[in-house]
Design a protein around this ligand. Structure first.
Ligand SMILES: Nc1ncnc2c1ncn2[C@@H]1O[C@H](COP(=O)(O)OP(=O)(O)O)[C@@H](O)[C@H]1O
Ligand SMILES: [Mg+2]
Length: 271
């Protein structure tokens, strides 16, 4: 092969690699928007409820002149407003963050931020949420990417529990020293043993898009695996047909930054 030809192949290779990186980035973004799409209707419901609370307490405050009643009305309006702000801030930081930056963050905090976004969706589908925090591990993570992993796993779990059930999310120190664990466990349909080896494959899906056009890309778990491995972690699945499924995430734990130990509130908004 001539050196000119070799040079040409090299530069072609570089172009293809950068195109691949670009496409992967877009895939991540579109998978992200697909989880947001799944949550859109429940979040809209939630906002409607919040607005009804605000409107009703504002009316009550206007009607009743007693200071105690007005204080109560203001209290309710304030806490409803704060809840709405928490949801929008969470959603915006999740959608906007495209950087690769990793920060030392509390896994418990990240889990809680994701649960704010899915609570209503779970309730609508009669799924009870059980959060178990056994300790507060820290790890070096990209918050938006880890949130995306958790959202994918939680939406999968919810979709596996057609007739309702229980979603258990646990956070804590794992059995192995220096390893933090997050587990997402459902009481859903389970995965047949012969399908288990394939579920992390790109485009492997057993779903057809539902009424909202959600699910069925087969990209969710492939993405979860990529993200966890890029964090030097591991993802494992245990499943019993008709009993349920658990996805276990293991991440290298890191001592919390000194500033957090001195009582400053943990900040996990990256970027
Ligand atoms: N919690 C779960 N319970 C049962 N099956 C699951 C669960 N999570 C994933 N699966 C199976 O793995 C497949 C791949 O999941 P995923 O990669 O997220 O793609 P998608 O959700 O688009 O189908 C699903 O189609 C489903 O068959
Ligand atoms: Mg999925």
């Amino acid at each position: 092969m001539s050196s000119i030809e070799l040079e040409r192949l090299r530069s072609e290779n570089t172009v293809l690699r950068s195109q691949l990186a670009d496409l992967q980035q877009r895939l991540i973004q579109s998978e992200k928007m697909s989880s947001v799409g799944t949550l859109a209707s429940s979040i809209t419901h939630e906002f409607n409820n919040i607005l009804m609370t605000v409107i009703n307490y504002a009316k009550m405050g206007l009607r009743h002149k007693q200071p105690a009643v007005r204080d109560k009305a203001f209290d309710r309006i304030l806490s409803s407003g704060q809840r709405a702000a928490k949801i929008t801030t969470g959603l915006l930081s999740y959608v906007r963050n495209r950087s690769d930056r990793k920060d030392i963050l509390s896994l418990k905090q990240i889990v809680q931020d994701v649960l704010v976004l899915v609570e209503k969706d779970l309730a609508i589908h009669r799924v009870r949420l059980d959060l178990q925090v056994t300790s507060e591990p820290f790890a070096s993570v990209n918050a938006a990417q880890l949130q995306q992993v958790l959202l994918n796993l939680i939406i999968n779990a919810r979709q596996a529990m057609d007739n309702g059930g229980t979603l258990t999310v646990s956070v804590g120190a794992g059995a192995e020293p220096g390893i933090a664990e997050i587990t997402i466990r459902d009481t859903g349909c389970g995965i047949p043993a012969d399908q288990l080896p394939r579920i992390f494959d790109r485009f492997y899906t057993t779903k057809t898009a539902d009424a909202q056009g959600q699910g069925g890309t087969g990209l969710g778990l492939a993405l979860c695996k990529d993200v966890i491995e890029s964090h030097q972690g591991r993802i494992r699945v245990e499943s019993g047909l008709g009993k349920g499924t658990a996805f276990i995430l293991k991440l290298p734990a890191i001592a919390p930054p000194a500033m957090l130990l001195t009582g400053a509130p943990p900040s996990q908004k990256a970027g």
